[in-house]
Design a binder for this molecule. Structure first.
Ligand code: SF4
Length: 226
């Protein structure tokens, strides 16, 4: 089961957006100072790692995805997205527990603004780690005549968070040091698990990956991708 190490980026625009400045500008000098400090510090304390495994899809029917080894995932939107896929990539990424320890320290010192800032930085970095991984896989499989589909994680869209337990059986979570609690939360918290399909795409064919958001009326959904 391959483990990859990717250094995540901390894009200023993403951070500004999370801090409520949609145009990417952070005007306050004191906030900019804190940002500079925490950008440097978070680089020192993160431990980014990602493990992934490719699995064959046995059958994809309405709402059910059957994988080799008799594993069954349940999600209508995921199954529709995977209907042309023959294989699926399951992954688990983390930036480690360092950020959480730092947040706990800050909270104990009542530096709540900085705790929020560090938390936001952690979220952006783990998301970027997964983005970079998927983009790298997209490039790799494109050369083999395959497309990568949209990414799904348990707990988002119509895929129940309880399916996390199944996903953890499909990946060697110990390789990256991530545990799952009884309530299906990941420890360390700044971790992302998920799947995406591989879609055969013969050369010259202009296949598009299916996006269920295009047919969905939940316009206030925070995970919307269209
Ligand atoms: S908007 Fe997209 S992500 Fe949100 S529920 Fe609908 S299909 Fe799922």
């Amino acid at each position: 089961m391959p483990v990859v190490e990717i250094q995540p980026n901390l894009k200023h625009d993403d951070l500004a957006r999370l801090l409520g400045s949609p145009k990417g500008r952070i005007a306050s000098n004191s906030l900019n100072k804190k940002l500079k400090h925490w950008k440097k510090r978070t680089r020192q304390i993160i431990r980014p790692r990602l493990v992934y495994q490719k699995h064959k899809l046995k059958k994809v029917s309405a709402g059910i995805i059957q994988l080799d080894g008799n594993y069954r995932l349940k999600s209508a939107k995921l199954s529709r997205t995977l209907r042309r896929s023959k294989e699926i990539i399951c992954f688990l990424a983390t930036i480690g527990a360092g950020i959480e320890k730092e947040i706990k320290l800050l909270m104990g010192q009542k530096r709540l603004g900085e705790a929020y800032l560090v938390d936001a930085m952690g979220s952006i970095m783990v998301e970027d780690l997964v983005e970079q991984f998927q983009s790298h896989m997209g490039e790799h499989y494109r050369l083999q005549g395959q497309l990568v589909g949209l990414r799904f994680s348990p707990g988002y869209c119509d895929w129940p968070v309880t399916e996390q337990k199944k996903l953890f059986k499909l990946i060697d979570c110990q390789k990256v040091g991530v545990e799952l609690t009884d309530s299906c939360l990941m420890k360390p918290r700044k971790s992302i698990s998920g799947v995406f399909g591989l879609i055969p795409c013969p050369e010259g064919k202009d296949l598009r990956t299916y996006n269920p958001c295009a047919d969905c009326n939940k316009f206030d959904c925070p995970a919307r991708r269209s």
